[in-house]
Design a protein around this ligand. Structure first.
Ligand code: RB5
Length: 168
């Protein structure tokens, strides 16, 4: 395996859509603050508070739609564990959602998987690690090459299985 010690570069361009459920709201608030500080263009697609219990697939789908509608854009989804949001998002062809709670996975999901959607669990990690993960994810480029071939294959297999576009 290639080295993982790549230095994060400058922030990659593109709008970031962000969404959460009630369990991810606290972490989302911190990440939105960070994105403002970094002057990243963002679309906050809810939810709007932690008080009301909401259904994560509904908020996840808003971010999935935003990312699929604007090539080159990216999304961040946060629920309690990150599991529901990542299961949901990865059902849609063209979405490569990575659940990351450490920096190694964050670097590799960009370098090898070109993850266009970052998922975190607001009940799993604290705000400082969450912010470091976002900074790393936004500044680590895709390696391309053989990894692009594998991503092309992945999309091809998903479309063969379900030509309508939705992954199984
Ligand atoms: C909500 O209680 C919780 O189930 C949700 O945030 C998420 O963790 C689901 O996977």
């Amino acid at each position: 395996m290639s080295s993982v010690s790549s230095q994060p570069g400058p922030l990659e361009p593109g709008i970031v859509a962000i969404g959460c459920d009630h369990a991810g709201f606290g972490l989302k608030k911190e990440i939105v603050k960070l994105l403002h500080e970094l002057k990243v263009e963002l679309a906050d697609l809810g939810c709007a508070n932690a008080d009301e219990s909401v259904h994560y697939p509904l908020f996840g789908k808003k971010v999935v739609d935003a990312v699929l509608a604007a090539p080159g854009s990216r999304g961040i989804l946060i629920c309690g564990t990150g599991l529901g949001m990542s299961i949901m998002a990865n059902r849609f062809a063209g979405i490569r959602a990575a659940l990351c709670h450490d920096l190694f996975a964050t670097i590799m999901c960009r370098r090898h998987n070109n993850a266009n959607l970052l998922v975190m669990g607001g009940r799993v990690i604290g705000p400082d690690l969450g912010k470091e993960i976002v900074r790393t994810w936004l500044s680590t480029p895709f390696d391309g090459g053989r990894h692009q071939e594998r991503l092309d294959l992945l999309e091809q297999l998903a479309r063969e299985k379900n030509p309508a576009g939705a992954a199984p």
